[in-house]
Design a protein around this ligand. Structure first.
Ligand SMILES: *Cc1c(COP(=O)(O)O)cnc(C)c1O
Length: 374
């Protein structure tokens, strides 16, 4: 029986309460000038994002999914091509590869970080491979230096980072978005930098790719009534850009808080899980900061703990209960259960705890108490 109020899995209310006047003002400005599509706030935000990610060009988009599609299209990836990625991720990663007509080639994950197992990439490369698209899952980047080196050794294959969960994370001081040929992120409300609707961005320091993605985002042209490419409507709303500009001053604090809240979870759970032999807290690779877009642990028989937490009003979630190679949509790829044992085992064992920058210590202590059953 729930004896206390239930805890939100992600708290979108606290930032809103704190920033309400600034957000309303920013939205009012847009309503006043009326440039709802590609208004001045869009370019203003893109300049901030490019500077933050350490690239020459950031382009906002309609979503993280559209971002990945723009990246693939800008690289001319299509029918007959293969793109290497992971089967343990949100559907968008492989969906966009199939969407442009190419074939996702899955590589198993590292069981510690849940990111791509870099040692397995080379064996998956064929003459048809046109790109490598790793995911920075749960808010931690894989070793892009190693991945970029493998790509370079194979004819300069482009690397696309799916950083939908990792905007704000670093590896050896370099930020997610700025370490590959093209970086991509999402501003879906629950992501580390969330707007109040759908949105995303792509990042590059290659001027030609930047120009091409800019054109593709707006029906394949940079000038009105001139369309060199088949593009799409992939633009970000001016209102959403204004909202992110108003939220931006809080973001650095939120990144720090995420790291602190995640580290505290691990400190409090390590004895019960890792040392108690019951499961594993998140593994952070040396040189990385972890944003804990999801604070994800693993335990065989997770359902018992999930039930115990739920009974006390504490929500949990499983990201992801089913690997992409086992989704009916990807049956055409010809994979079977058993092809990616680490991904499959993770799908059966992981679950995530409430996680957001405003999670206070008392609430976290209550979660830990119920979790460990003492
Ligand atoms: C959220 C997410 C996306 C897609 O972002 P949307 O903005 O929802 O389209 C892509 N990849 C990963 C890994 C994600 O978590």
């Amino acid at each position: 029986m729930a004896t206390q109020t239930s805890i939100p899995f992600i708290d979108l209310q606290s930032p809103w309460r704190e920033l309400e006047p600034q957000i309303r003002q920013a939205m009012d400005r847009v309503l006043g000038h009326g440039q709802f599509i590609m208004g001045p706030e869009v370019a203003e935000l893109e300049a901030l994002l490019a500077d933050y990610a350490g690239v020459s060009r950031a382009l906002t988009t309609a979503s993280g999914t559209v971002s990945l599609e723009l990246a693939l299209r800008a690289l001319d990836i299509g029918p007959g091509d293969e793109v290497i990625t992971v089967p343990f991720t949100w559907i968008s990663t492989a969906e966009t590869i199939a969407q442009v007509g190419a074939r996702p080639v899955f590589v198993d994950i590292d069981p510690g970080t849940y990111n791509i197992d870099i040692a397995l990439i080379e064996a998956a490369i064929t003459p048809r491979t046109k790109a490598i698209m790793p995911v920075s899952l749960f808010g931690q980047m894989p070793d892009y230096d190693r991945i970029n080196a493998i790509a370079a050794a194979h004819g300069g294959l482009p690397v696309i980072e799916d950083g939908a969960q990792s905007f704000g994370a670093t590896r050896h001081g370099r930020r997610s978005g700025g370490v590959t040929t093209i970086g991509s992120t999402s501003f879906f409300p629950a992501k580390p930098l969330g707007c109040y609707g759908d949105g995303g961005a792509v990042f590059t320091s290659d001027p030609e790719l930047g120009m091409k993605m800019e054109a593709l985002r707006n029906h394949g042209g940079l000038q009105r009534h001139d369309h060199p490419y088949i593009g799409l409507n992939g633009r970000f709303d001016t209102l959403q850009a204004a909202i992110l500009l108003a939220k931006w001053p809080r973001f650095a604090w939120e990144v720090q808080r995420r790291q602190a809240v995640g580290a505290r979870y691990s400190e409090l759970l390590r004895g019960y899980l890792d040392e108690g032999g019951r499961g594993r807290t998140p593994h952070i690779e040396p040189g990385n900061t972890h944003l804990y877009a999801q604070y994800t642990i693993r335990m065989a028989g997770r359902e018992r703990v999930q039930e115990r937490l739920k009974a006390q009003g504490i929500p949990t979630a499983v990201y992801y209960p089913k690997c992409l190679h086992e989704q009916p949509a990807f049956r055409f790829c010809g994979y079977h259960r058993g092809d990616f044992p680490q991904a499959e085992q993770a799908a059966g064992e992981v679950f995530s705890l409430p996680m957001h920058p405003d999670l206070d210590e008392a609430t976290q202590d209550r979660i830990i108490k119920v979790f460990t059953g003492c």
